[in-house]
Design a protein around this ligand. Structure first.
Ligand SMILES: [Zn+2]
Length: 99
């Protein structure tokens, strides 16, 4: 059995999550944006949809869907899980969020 975290990662694309917070632009196979974690004028924040990760060449911020949401909103994992539920409620039935 996959862990709940793994299941969520498989169902949600990082592109979908990040683009709900900031504007993403296509950059080849990846997406780029102005980093939400530091001030910059040119985008150095890259999202890899393939890997489900992000990385900022400006400030070194990196992680996955959960790291992004936590960093951006200051949520703990349960908060991130509820967040996931809220944005997916149209498509997803209620799923188990631990806690
Ligand atoms: Zn940055």
């Amino acid at each position: 059995m996959d862990s709940p975290v793994q299941q969520i990662k498989e169902r949600l694309s990082i592109e979908e999550i990040v683009s709900s917070y900031i504007k993403l632009e296509k950059a080849g196979r990846n997406l780029k944006a102005k980093c939400p974690f530091h001030n910059e004028k040119t985008p150095s924040f890259f999202v890899s949809a393939d890997r489900g990760t992000y990385y900022c060449f400006g400030c070194g911020a990196s992680g996955d869907i959960f790291t992004f949401v936590e960093e951006f909103e200051g949520l703990d994992f349960k908060g991130a899980c509820r967040f996931r539920a809220s944005i997916r409620k149209k498509k997803a039935k209620k799923r188990n969020c631990t806690g």
